[in-house]
Design a binder for this molecule. Structure first.
Ligand code: AHM
Ligand code: MG
Length: 332
């Protein structure tokens, strides 16, 4: 809201949309904190002692974000990792559809959800590009990352944190569970120019191209241009990204023979984090060009991701640019 005052033309709708997302985050956070109790309260798909049907956490998170946002009149269309197609937003007869588009990964880190390891929600917000009034369309979702008006994530870690940008720096808020509010704990986050960590799933080594192997080898052992780094890999993108944002580091999920386009999704994983990292002074590429300049062709398109401290990403890019472009078309 403070930043909104810097834009005299602002209507407050974006702040309110971010607030809607915060509400969803608080509800998801509460449920994540109770996750270990499912054995006592009832497993997914069963009815617990209160008569409530238990859901998988990722399904719960998806519905929670939808429900927090779709009736507010602020968005015209949404898209989620959990849904094949864009989610149409109902428009009552007496109202016009909202002007924003929300893309999100409701609960990222699927292998960590049931084992009490940090997970997160990622979101990306665009302005609609189709004519207003009616519900939004696929075209509104397929926008280049550079056009995002806001993006961020919620990390369900040792505390719950919201980190976001609207293009004027990156700010972190920590949820105080005793009052149920996000408090500004990390104003104006900047990421170190050179990181101390490298984060990559090294079990993919034999599936990588030689340039990718060279990059990872350099971060592991050091070479003339980079010093060796410590390894950290959680397997939850938000948690790995957040640690590196704060402490400095580089996260890589390159293309490999099993995932020729990379594993992570462009629109609701790579692009929002790329917006955050650039605003914090870091960089994000697919190995050849900035993630924020990639023009999307499909909703669930994947992208190789190299993201983090600027000097480290620039070093990786200088080697990866030599790679031939992947030949396999984007697919779900
Ligand atoms: P998901 O969308 O199924 O949760 O997969 C995304 C996750 C990211 O959080 C994480 O960075 C990556 O997959 C880990 O993949 P891997 O297990 O191949 O290392
Ligand atoms: Mg995901």
């Amino acid at each position: 809201m403070e930043q909104e005052r810097l834009h005299p033309e602002a209507t407050g709708e974006l702040s309110n949309l971010l607030y809607d997302i915060c509400l969803a985050a608080k509800i998801i956070s509460r449920q994540v904190r109770r996750a270990g109790l499912t054995d006592i309260l009832g497993a997914a798909g069963t009815v617990n002692v209160q008569g409530e049907v238990q859901q998988n956490l990722d399904v719960f998170a998806n519905e929670t974000v939808r429900n927090a946002v779709q009736h507010t009149g602020r968005v015209c269309v949404m898209a989620s990792e959990e849904d094949e197609d864009p989610i149409p937003v109902p428009v009552p007869d007496d109202r016009r559809a909202g002007k924003y588009v929300l893309l999100f990964d409701p609960l990222d880190g699927s292998t960590n959800i049931d084992v009490n390891v940090s997970i997160g929600t990622i979101f990306s917000i665009h302005k609609r590009v189709t004519v207003g009034g009616q519900p939004g369309m696929l075209e509104d979702c397929l926008q280049v990352g550079r056009r995002q008006v806001a993006a961020g994530y919620i990390l369900y870690g040792s505390s719950t944190m919201l980190v976001y940008t609207t293009g004027r720096g990156v700010h972190g808020f920590t949820l105080d569970p005793t009052i149920g509010e996000f408090l500004l704990s990390h104003p104006q986050i900047t990421t170190p120019e050179v990181g101390k960590y490298y984060s990559v799933n090294e079990s993919n080594w034999n599936r990588w191209t030689p340039p990718v192997q060279r990059v990872v080898m350099a971060f592991k052992n050091g070479d003339g241009k980079v010093q060796s780094k410590n390894a950290r890999y959680i397997g939850s993108l938000v948690a790995d990204f957040h640690r590196n944002l704060i402490s400095g580091g580089i996260f890589l999920y390159p293309a490999d023979t099993r995932s020729p386009q990379g594993k992570l999704r462009l629109l609701y994983e790579a692009a929002p984090l790329a917006f955050v990292v650039e605003q914090a002074g870091g960089a994000a590429t697919d190995g050849r060009r900035p993630i924020l300049d990639t023009v999307p062709e499909s909703l669930h398109q994947r992208a190789p991701l190299v993201i983090g401290s600027k000097a480290d990403v620039d070093f990786a890019t200088s080697i990866l640019r030599a790679e031939p472009a992947p030949a396999v078309p984007a697919s779900r």
